[in-house]
Design a protein around this ligand. Structure first.
Ligand code: RNT
Ligand code: ZN
Length: 437
C-alpha cells in the first residue's frame, strides 16, 4: 500500500521543495539586508515587450515575395514557423503562458492583416490591426508598434527616409505618419501608451562622399512625420540608431550620435539596441549617461555575437549589467524594455521564452542586490570590500527565489516549460507545412 507520502503528485512535491528552498533563500538574503518580497513586488510590475518578429523570421503577412532586406538576415529553417496572424497569436499565447508576469507585444507594420488585399504601406490604417488589438484587449496586455522600412521594393537600394528621390522619401514619410496614427489608436484602445519605434536601414556599403546630405534629409523626413503632436497618455515616439548592417558597413545615416541629438532636441525616446554598437561598447554604461538628459529610453535587448546583432538573449554579464543599472539608478519606470532578436535555428516559441525569462531573471538578480551596502563600501573607499562582496553576492540562492516566483505566477518552474513547448511542437507546429520551404 502506498503511503501518503508516495501518493503526493510530483507537482506538489516540487511545490513543497520550491517553498522550502524559498524560505531558506529569504533568510540568506535577509543576512545581506535584502527584502526578497519587496524585490518580487517590483519585478511583478515590469512589462517586457515581446517582439512579434521572432515568431516568423521577420516575415510579416504582406505576402509580397520581397526579401527581408534592410541589412537584416535570419538564419535557420527550424520547422513550424507561423504562417498567419492566428498562428502567430497562438504561438505568442503559449510563450506568454510560460513567462511569469504580464507583458506586452511589439508589433511591426508588416503584420497588418490585409485579408488578401494589396494595401500599400503609406495607406495602412488602424482597422488592419483590429484583430491584434482585440487579442491584446482580451489578455489585458499593451502593444508597441514599429513602421516597417524594409522588405519592400521602395527600400531595395537600402535608402528610405534619406532617399535622394523626393517621391520615395514621401512614400516613407507617409508610412511613418500612418504608423503613428495606428500607434495612437492602439494606445487609446488598450489604455496604455504604445511606443512606436522608428528604425530605418539607410546607409551605404562603401565609403560615401556625402555623409552630411542624407543626415539632413533624415532629420527633415522625421520632423515631417512627427509634426502632428500626439497624446502621450496613448503614444510615445522612439528612434533607433545603429552602427552598421549588412550592406551598410561603411555608413549608417541614423547613427548613435544622430539619434541621440535627434531624441534630445525633439524630445523623443532614444532606442538603444544592445546589438548595435562596437563589440566592446556596452549599453549598460550608456543608460545613466543618456537618462541624465532624456526622459525615457526604449531598450531593444538583443545579443550580439561577433558581427551579428540578433542572437537569443541569455543571462550573461551584459544583460546582468543592464538590469543592475536600471535598478541601481531607479530607472525602471523610465525605461521601456523590448526584445529584439531573431533565430530560426531553434524552436521559435522557445526562443521567446528563453529570452524573456533571461531578461526577467536579470532584473530579479538586480532587485536582489544588496545595493545600499555595496554603495556604502564604495563611498567609504573600501574597494576591496566592494569587489569581495560583489563576488560573494553572485552565489546567493537566487535560483530558489526565481523558482518560487514562477510557481507563484503559475508558470512552469525550471525546465518544465520546455515540455510544454515540445508538446506544442508535436501537436501544432509539426502540422505546419511551409510553402517557401
Ligand atoms: C534592426 C533594428 C530593428 C529591427 C526590427 C525588426 O537592426 O534592430 O529594431 O530589428 O525593427
Ligand atoms: Zn532593434
Amino acid at each position: 500500500m502506498p503511503t501518503g507520502r508516495f501518493m503526493t503528485s510530483p507537482r506538489s512535491q516540487n511545490r513543497q521543495t520550491v517553498e522550502r528552498d524559498f524560505v531558506c533563500a529569504q533568510e540568506r538574503y535577509a543576512e545581506w539586508g535584502v527584502d526578497v518580497e519587496k524585490a518580487l513586488k517590483r519585478l511583478g510590475l515590469v512589462a517586457i515587450s515581446l517582439h512579434c518578429w521572432q515568431g516568423d523570421d521577420v516575415g510579416g503577412f504582406e505576402n509580397s515575395g520581397q526579401e527581408i532586406g534592410g541589412g537584416l538576415a535570419v538564419t535557420g529553417n527550424y520547422p513550424g514557423k507561423a504562417r498567419t496572424a492566428n498562428e502567430l497569436r497562438a504561438d505568442l499565447d503559449l510563450a506568454f503562458s510560460l513567462i511569469p508576469g504580464t507583458h506586452r507585444l511589439n508589433l511591426h507594420a508588416s503584420y497588418a492583416e490585409l485579408s488578401g488585399r494589396r494595401i500599400e504601406r503609406d495607406q495602412l490604417t488602424p482597422d488592419l490591426f483590429g484583430n491584434w488589438i482585440s487579442w491584446a484587449k482580451a489578455r489585458q496586455i499593451g502593444i508597441d508598434f514599429n513602421p516597417t522600412y524594409f522588405a519592400h521594393a521602395k527600400a531595395s537600394d537600402g535608402l528610405t527616409l534619406a532617399h535622394p528621390d523626393a517621391s520615395i522619401r514621401k512614400f516613407w514619410i507617409d508610412h511613418g505618419v500612418a504608423c503613428r496614427k495606428i500607434g495612437v489608436e492602439i494606445g487609446r484602445a488598450l489604455g496604455t501608451p504604445c511606443v512606436t519605434n522608428f528604425w530605418v536601414p539607410d546607409g551605404m556599403k562603401d565609403t560615401p562622399i556625402d555623409r552630411k546630405g542624407p543626415r539632413l534629409l533624415l532629420a527633415e523626413s522625421l520632423d515631417t512625420i512627427f509634426s502632428e503632436p500626439l497624446d502621450s497618455r496613448f503614444h510615445l515616439d522612439a528612434v533607433e540608431g545603429k552602427l552598421f548592417g549588412l550592406g551598410s558597413e561603411s555608413y549608417v545615416v541614423g547613427s548613435q550620435e544622430f539619434y541621440l541629438g535627434y531624441a534630445l532636441s525633439r524630445e523623443k525616446l532614444l532606442c538603444l539596441d544592445t546589438g548595435h554598437y562596437h563589440p566592446t561598447e556596452v549599453v549598460s554604461d550608456k543608460l545613466s549617461a543618456v537618462l541624465q538628459y532624456l526622459d525615457r529610453v526604449l531598450l531593444h535587448v538583443s545579443r550580439g555575437v561577433r558581427w551579428d546583432s540578433d542572437h537569443v538573449v541569455i543571462l550573461g554579464d551584459e544583460l546582468e549589467a543592464i538590469a543592475q543599472e536600471l535598478v541601481r539608478g531607479d530607472y525602471l519606470h523610465r525605461v521601456h524594455i523590448g526584445l529584439d532578436f531573431f533565430d530560426a535555428s531553434i524552436n521559435r516559441v522557445a526562443a521567446w521564452v528563453i529570452g524573456t525569462r533571461a531578461m526577467l531573471k536579470a532584473l530579479l538578480l538586480a532587485l536582489l542586490e544588496p545595493t545600499a551596502m555595496l554603495r556604502q563600501l564604495e563611498a567609504d573607499g573600501d574597494f576591496t570590500g566592494r569587489l569581495a562582496c560583489l563576488e560573494e553576492v553572485k552565489t546567493l540562492p537566487f535560483g530558489a527565489v526565481w523558482d518560487a516566483w514562477c510557481e507563484r505566477m503559475n508558470v512552469p518552474v525550471g525546465r518544465a516549460w520546455l515540455e510544454h513547448v515540445r508538446q506544442y511542437e508535436r501537436s501544432v507546429l509539426s502540422e505546419r507545412v511551409q510553402s517557401d520551404g
